[in-house]
Design a protein around this ligand. Structure first.
Ligand code: NAD
Ligand code: GLY
Length: 350
């Protein structure tokens, strides 16, 4: 097991390695004095892994409750969020109990938001079971649900007490879902670490999975340690997300987050090169990385649809929005655009 520390307003460990599901009880006991917990999972992950998690928790002296909801981004909504809170209340969970988020980013974001808001905040841990959740969403304390108006529009910053990433769980991921994690991994490399991109383009990522997750977590932990509440440096983690979120929304969440970010990074680079924010070559790097990991690059939507969806994004600040562009491979910056600028950026992206 390898451990990376996240030094946000609270410090917590991210443990990465094989076989950790079967050790989760002992590891959880080390970060909480509670012995009651609610495991929140989804209808795909629960049947695969909740039994082992429950057994390990019981062995460590916990009394675990289990709540499962139907898998999928379309269920990351206020209705399911409300039913999670009702489950906690019906089972008389108290502020000294804790929540375990067992699943991908949808479970982590929604269980995390429930933990942030139930009785004004209870402890939770993240147990990511997708490459994306392990490499990005389980770390950094962003929790949220989607609203009809857009992605992640209701949420909170609420840091977990621990992240426990059992990389063996990725063995049951469909190839497309693994690729979603590759998109956020490529994002981290493009904005922060040129050598990491080189590694990703040549190494067998499946064989080096713990090392790859670890580098992702190191990059994200450094950014979150500097700017937990996204006032500056953390905005760079949104590379590819302004138009990526718009694609997700336009598709009714039929295009997954990772795939949308993959397309969104290509669009952002095309626009940035055409508008003179990025040097030639950044688009080619994204196209090559997306191709290597089976991610799409074509946007199925036109400029009007994308622009209308993007103007509802929460990264908008009054009459302006920050988009992230690459200054070079491994270095990024934000550019503040007014709404006319966003329209021009969107048109240049296609
Ligand atoms: P997901 O949670 O929907 O998981 C994808 C699919 O894989 C689901 O059907 C799930 O049931 C299934 N699955 C999960 N683990 C599995 C396993 N081990 N074996 C087989 N199937 C498994 O999607 P995701 O890609 O993990 O996460 C995407 C979400 O994360 C989006 O909602 C996105 O907005 C959010 N996100 C949040 C942050 C953050 O900082 N909070 C960062 C990036 C993304
Ligand atoms: N995934 C973007 C962030 O955590 O800030």
């Amino acid at each position: 097991m390898e451990t990376v520390m996240v030094n946000a307003s609270s410090a917590y460990p991210v443990h990465i390695g094989g076989g950790l599901l079967d050790r989760c009880g002992g590891l959880l006991a080390a970060v909480t004095s509670s012995r009651r917990c609610a495991v929140v999972t989804d209808s795909t992950v629960g049947p695969l892994y909740a039994g082992r998690v429950r057994a390990s928790l019981e062995e460590a002296g916990f009394t675990p409750l289990l709540y499962s909801f139907p898998a999928g981004e379309q269920n990351k909504n206020l209705t399911i969020y409300g039913s999670i809170l009702e489950f906690f209340a019906q089972n008389r969970l108290t502020r000294s109990d804790c929540i375990v988020a067992l699943g991908g980013g949808v479970v982590g974001d929604m269980a995390g938001f429930a933990a942030a808001t139930y009785q004004r905040g209870v402890d939770y841990i993240q147990m990511p079971t997708t490459f994306l959740a392990a490499s990005d969403s389980s770390v950094g304390g962003k929790t949220a649900v989607d609203l009809a108006a857009g992605k992640n529009l209701a949420g909170a910053f609420w840091q977990p007490k621990m992240v426990l990433c059992d990389t063996d769980t990725f063995r049951t991921l469909p190839a497309d879902t693994f690729a979603d994690g590759a998109a956020e991994t490529v994002k981290h490399a493009l904005i922060k670490d040129r050598d990491f991109l080189g590694f990703l383009m040549t190494a067998d990522v499946h064989q080096s999975i713990a090392q790859v997750v670890r580098r992702n977590v190191e990059i994200k932990a450094a950014v979150v340690g500097e700017d937990e509440f996204e006032r500056g440096a953390r905005k760079l983690l949104n590379f590819g997300h302004t138009l990526g979120h718009a694609i997700e929304k336009c598709s009714g969440y039929g295009v997954t987050h990772g795939h949308a970010v993959g397309i969104g990074m290509a669009l952002a680079c095309r626009a940035a090169e055409r508008l003179g924010y990025s040097p030639a070559g950044t688009l080619d790097a994204v196209l090559a990385a997306n191709g290597r990991f089976g991610l799409p690059v074509q946007c199925p939507y036109g400029a009007d649809e994308l622009y209308n969806a993007a103007t509802g994004d929460k990264k908008r600040d009054g009459g302006s929005i920050d988009v992230v562009v690459l200054e070079e491979i491994g270095r990024a910056k934000t550019v503040r655009l007014d709404m006319d600028g966003l329209r021009a950026f969107t048109e240049a992206a296609l």
